[in-house]
Design a protein around this ligand. Sequence first.
Ligand SMILES: Cc1ncc(COP(=O)(O)O)c(C=O)c1O
Length: 397
Amino acid sequence: MTLLSSQIENYMESSSWIRKMFEQGIELKNKYGAENVYDFSLGNPDLPPPDSVGEALHEVANNASKAFSLGYMPNAGYPEAREALATYLSRTQGEDIQAKDLILTCGAAGAINAFFRAVMEPDDEVVCPAPYFVEYGFYAGNFNAKLVPVKSKPLTFQLDVPAIEKAFTNKTRAVIVNSPNNPTGQIYTREELEALSKAIEKHSKKIGRVIYLVSDEPYRFLNYDNLELPSVFDLYKYSVIMGSFSKSLSLAGARIGYLAINPKIENAQQLYNGVVMTNRILGYVNAPAIAQKVLTACVNSEVDIDIYRQRRDAMAKVLNAAGIKYTLPKGAFYFFAKSPIEDDVEFVSLLLKENILAVPGRGFGYPGYFRLTFCIAKDVIEKSAEGFKKATKNLLK
Ligand SMILES: Cc1ncc(COP(=O)(O)O)c(C=O)c1O
């Protein structure tokens, strides 16, 4: 007698290279000591939250004994939190975004799920450039929709718009992009996003159906070289933006994120009301009250980006010394490097022999590469250099 649905049973069997590496990492750390293991597998921000977060939490505690201070609220979130976020997003997106366009959610993950729940019919398709954040497939599956990955260009991971167009069908309901990107660290240019928007618009007209451009942006603040990050609101009418403070305030466990709806959509209010409802009926009800209060006070704070920048540069040196090819990440905190041998799983197991944990590219729908996260201290990155060199050298023997 089976305890699980067949879908979840399948998911558990076929998914999560990250979890596998996590478990192997625990084993290695127990055996050799944590200081001798180089764990590049998990994207859990390791920098402490800015001081303003602690101060805001004290303020919440000081007011906690007042009635309703942590009670039910409008499902879209506290008005003052949405006002503060609207000011922040208007600045960072370069668009006029108001509180009425915003719904606070349980992280970007909660925003994507609430949005999909509101717009997907069964068997609808979500097109997504690969490699991609694996959870997208599960989020689409939650609502009987299907993720359709389309490979980006090798090594640079620029969008392959003609290939994306070929993947469109009459079931296409959304295209989801993530820039700066997990796992590649790349940032899409205005030209790429314009070409994508045009392709979506053309297909939407052809099938007579709204196709959404969904921009998932939890790494927007991690833009090392101050490149242009165009707002999808400027490029395509039926667009929504998701984001969160999991990385920018190191608050991943506090579950605070948002969905912004392009105010240029005619009748945007209908979509807004729909997502407020799905946020409620999925059981999130509203984004956590305490995290919303922290957000209101801290929306303009950020962890120190320079620390991540220095780690990126240190990681690049380590890979150069080992002769490993990659495109330098322009944002986020990931390298998606080329495996020196075709089989990325085999190369990751060679790294494991040197106590280095990485995730095979096939876990992100792009075999032949592997992902390294730089959520670990710079000196640990530097110390891993010998291991990388040995792993690649062993291949030549
Ligand atoms: C691309 C991408 N989207 C969404 C998320 C979910 O983030 P959140 O904690 O905001 O739900 C992550 C988390 O790692 C991510 O990498």
